[in-house]
Design a protein around this ligand. Sequence first.
Ligand SMILES: Nc1ncnc2c1ncn2[C@@H]1O[C@H](COP(=O)(O)OP(=O)(O)O)[C@@H](O)[C@H]1O
Ligand SMILES: [Mg+2]
Length: 266
Amino acid sequence: MTESSVSAAVKSGDSKAAGHADNPLVEVSHVDKYFGDLHVLKDINLKVTKGEVLVIIGPSGSGKSTLCRTINRLEAIDSGVIRIDGEPLPQEGKDLTRLRAEVGMVFQSFNLFAHKSILDNVTLAPRKVRRISKDQADKEAMELLARVGVDSQAKKLPAQLSGGQQQRVAIARSLAMHPKVMLFDEPTSALDPEMINEVLDVMVDLAKEGMTMIVVTHEMGFARQAANRVVFMADGEILEEGTPEEFFEHTKTERAKDFLGKILDH
Ligand SMILES: Nc1ncnc2c1ncn2[C@@H]1O[C@H](COP(=O)(O)OP(=O)(O)O)[C@@H](O)[C@H]1O
Ligand SMILES: [Mg+2]
């Protein structure tokens, strides 16, 4: 498949048409966040509809990770509101646990449990939180591991797998919670170059299947191929937002032009 045909396939997915701008799956509304005196998120407004793939790019320190971490409430916000499927994120308690399970997150470092098998890494949370039987959890986990191409590794320990394989396990582990939306925070940044594509391919497949995704990445090929929308952040603010074509071909701000010049020169 050529890049453009993949792109067309991804973007024409039926689920995309099902999304309504006034009925967003993730809504970030007037969100501010401070770390002490540092204003890291400045009046952030974002809506992500069902089936949409939003790519967030921007220089280091611009608040991309903090934004992701606020969306599944790993960080509290100082003002504004974040809604997941219409429900405001609760501050704590059972409701937070339930809502957090609806938001899967994949980090740069895979954070698998080192002393548990690949299979156990994937089944642990569903058994505890979704309270499904071991048989059911194992069955679902094996299907997910097959989907990301590492089912033959199920009995091994994380250290016996390559970085790319471990990151694919981390994706399967998130999917095992049946999230409504998946957040990816620079999922390929810690990988050796030859392993980047195997992880991006899994993410492109997920997008094609209609998963709602927010992806922080510097992989511009992925952004062009799979994103419905690109957001450019700098210094805690959203400076640009548009389709990949609008953003890459008609970059508006000097800040974004400068940033793109630097990363595309590599
Ligand atoms: N826990 C924290 N305490 C204090 N400052 C933080 C913390 N986490 C991030 N920061 C600061 O907030 C800013 C945004 O960081 P981050 O969200 O990680 O940016 P990005 O992911 O875009 O590189 C940076 O200046 C960073 O140093
Ligand atoms: Mg970051």
